[in-house]
Structures are given as structure tokens and as C-alpha cells.
Design a binder for this molecule. Structure first.
Ligand code: 13P
Length: 249
């Protein structure tokens, strides 16, 4: 059985006291679903968050990392540093990293390798832009993003990979892919994996949807057979909304 996952990507939001407050709120919520729950605070608050959530069923994950183990990379954070504070999962390839920080498929392949080499789990993000969809190119774009960054891996590596399809036109815009659009793309992604690695691997990999998921649309999106959860931006900054999404399973 594939894991169902709901992960909150806090992006560059919440200082330390706001992080403490939101975590207190999250701890007070009642869970009615079995989905794995994760939150991704900013680097400066990861340690506090991982301490505050020690022993809870909410995992603290990072939003990014560098591929090198250490060295002269001013301002960067390594996989080993994350692991040393109890962070074992990292989001890589978010469209905001690709767009504003020029992260390419080639760079992301190195980051994926570095994370896996340290035994970390990777939530690997990708998705087409509006122009790609208008030109009916979305499958080519998404297929290439996956192949370029992940298809050098051996099959066993996919035990530690979660995929997150986030159409760029649906991120932070209030515009969500329809449940059918999400399902179609997720089925395509799974087929792409199956063609390379076989059905067993493809069936095991969780594929999350991200892009304006809200309490009002989560249940319908999560009801689709190839949608195994969500990567939530804006709505993850409010404990009630986030848990309404977690409990939408
Ligand atoms: P929103 O839920 O705010 O659209 O953000 C989605 C996202 O980018 C999660 O990584």
C-alpha cells in the first residue's frame, strides 16, 4: 500500500515565535485520518520545530538543501546538518527554487543523490507552467523533469522518494487543477515510472498534488486513485485549515 501524505510547505513564513505558536495549535488538533503528516518550516526554525514535535506524529522536514557535504558554500545547508537536528526528509525541486534560484534538473539530480546518500527521504517537486499547459505540452515537460532528475537512480532508491506534482499555474493563485486534471497527470507520472522501473515500483511511490489545496477541495482531489496526498502551501499556515486537509482522507 502506498503511503498517504499531507505535507505543509511553510515557505518563507513564520518567525520563531510564530513557529512555536503554530506548532502548539497543530498539537491540539484531532486526527481522524492515517495520513503521514509533515511540516516544512524555514531553516532557522527547523531545530525548534523538531524539538517541539519530538515523539509526535508530525514529521519536520526541510524545504531545500545543498548537494555538498560541507565546504565553501556560503549560506548553504547540507544533508548531514539537517540529519544532525533530526530532519530526515527534504523537499527538492520546488518550482519557486527552480524559478527564483535557477535550480536546474542537473543540479536537482545532484541534490537528490546527496540526500539519498545520507539516508534521507526526498519529496521531489515538479510541474508545468501555464504556457506549457496551454500548448498541451504538460506531459512532455513533467516527463522530462522526472527523467532528468531521477531516472539515473536505481529502482531501490524509490523507497525513499515521494513525488509532488505542482502545476506552477495553480501555486498560490487560488486556481486548482481540477480533480480530473490532477488524476490524469498523476496516472501519466505513474505510467512514466512503470515504463522505466516496472509496475511494482510505480505502485509503491506516493504522488502528492500541490497547488491551492484547501479544506473545500481536498476531499475531492484526494479521492482520485493516483493522488496519494497533498503538498500544501498557504493553507498549511493555519492549523484548522491544515488539519481539515489532513482529515480529508
Ligand atoms: P499553495 O497551496 O499556496 O498554492 O502552494 C502550493 C505549494 O507550492 C506547496 O509546495
Amino acid at each position: 500500500m502506498r503511503k498517504q501524505i499531507v505535507a505543509g510547505n511553510w515557505k518563507m513564513n513564520n518567525d520563531l515565535s510564530q513557529t512555536d505558536a503554530l506548532i502548539s495549535d497543530l498539537k491540539g488538533k484531532t486526527r481522524t485520518s492515517d495520513a503521514e503528516v509533515m511540516i516544512a518550516p524555514t531553516f532557522t526554525n527547523l531545530y525548534a520545530a523538531s524539538q517541539a514535535l519530538k515523539g509526535s506524529d508530525i514529521e519536520v522536514v526541510a524545504q531545500n538543501m545543498h548537494f555538498a557535504e560541507n565546504g565553501a558554500y556560503t549560506g548553504e545547508i547540507s544533508a548531514g546538518m539537517l540529519k544532525s537536528i533530526g530532519v530526515n526528509t527534504v523537499i527538492l525541486g520546488h518550482s519557486e527554487r527552480r524559478e527564483y534560484f535557477n535550480e536546474t534538473d542537473e543540479l536537482l539530480a545532484k541534490k537528490v543523490d546527496a540526500a539519498l546518500a545520507k539516508g534521507m527521504r526526498v519529496i521531489f517537486c515538479f510541474g508545468e507552467e501555464l504556457a506549457d499547459r496551454k500548448a498541451s505540452n504538460e506531459e512532455t515537460v513533467v516527463g522530462d523533469q522526472i527523467k532528468n532528475a531521477l531516472f539515473h537512480l536505481e529502482a531501490a532508491a524509490f523507497q525513499n522518494i515521494v513525488l509532488a506534482y505542482e502545476p506552477v499555474w495553480a501555486i498560490g493563485t487560488g486556481e486548482t487543477a481540477s480533480p480530473e486534471q490532477a488524476q490524469d497527470m498523476h496516472a501519466f507520472i505513474r505510467k512514466t515510472l512503470a515504463d522505466k522501473y516496472g509496475n511494482n515500483i510505480a505502485d509503491q511511490v506516493s504522488i502528492l498534488y500541490g497547488g491551492s489545496v484547501k479544506p473545500s477541495n481536498a476531499e475531492e482531489i484526494f479521492s482520485k486513485p493516483d493522488v496519494d496526498g497533498g503538498l500544501i502551501g498557504g493553507a498549511s499556515l493555519n492549523a484548522d485549515d491544515f488539519f481539515a486537509i489532513v482529515n480529508a482522507f
